[in-house]
Write a protein that binds this ligand. Structure first.
Ligand SMILES: [Fe+2]
Length: 201
């Protein structure tokens, strides 16, 4: 694999407990039209409308987004001193891939790190999410290695998502809630729901 995932090591792990159903974590990860509003710091570095889906049916869903010209990485500084992972080059050097793997994993492949979220339902309205940051093992041995620029960036982004997931959970559990049609940018949410229903049947 281009990102040499077998040669990666865990540098940091952050656990979150969310007051929402686990499926909302998947659905939130599966669209980015919320990004300009919810994640201004991410939108500045990677425009949400640069994304394309390459898996749109079945247990694995997702696609990629491009870095904005002049941006060096999805970090608090907008750049990174870390080398590219494995044999990443060309377009992949300026792209992040985001895949949800039913029913318990979110896989984010970045040029210089891989981030995984594992999702564990605790109750219908409680979900544990562990976010793990993986870097090249040799890069981690360098004395100057410091993952905090990426960890802080994604911890902020995660918390922004968890907040809206909890608001969404409150909304859909309201007696006043009625489901509406999917939006045009919610193709992966529809695919997730179809896969979930097929699995449950
Ligand atoms: Fe988000």
């Amino acid at each position: 694999m281009r990102w040499n995932t077998a040669g990666l090591r865990e540098a940091r792990r952050i656990s979150y407990e969310l007051a929402c159903n686990w499926k909302l974590v998947f659905q939130n990860y599966s669209e980015c039209y919320h990004c300009p509003v919810i994640h201004p710091q991410l939108e500045r570095l990677s425009p949400s409308d640069s994304g394309r889906n390459d898996f749109s049916e079945g247990p694995v869903l997702g696609g990629y987004s491009d870095l904005r010209p002049g941006t060096g990485g999805l970090t608090t500084t907008g750049s990174t001193a870390r080398p590219l992972l494995g044999s990443v080059d060309g377009l992949d050097a300026r792209r992040s891939y985001y895949y949800s793997v039913f029913p318990s994993l979110l896989l984010s492949l970045h040029p210089d790190l891989v981030m995984i979220h594992t999702i564990r339902p605790i109750a219908p309205d409680r979900t544990q999410v562990d976010c793990v940051f993986l870097f090249d093992a040799e890069t981690m041995e360098r004395p100057e290695f410091d993952p905090s620029d990426a960890v802080e960036f994604w911890d902020l982004t995660n918390r922004q998502d968890w907040h809206v997931n909890e608001l969404t959970h409150s909304g859909i559990t309201s007696r006043a809630y009625e489901p509406g049609p999917y939006a045009h940018a919610e193709g992966l949410l529809h695919a997730f729901d179809r896969h979930y229903l097929t699995t449950m049947a």
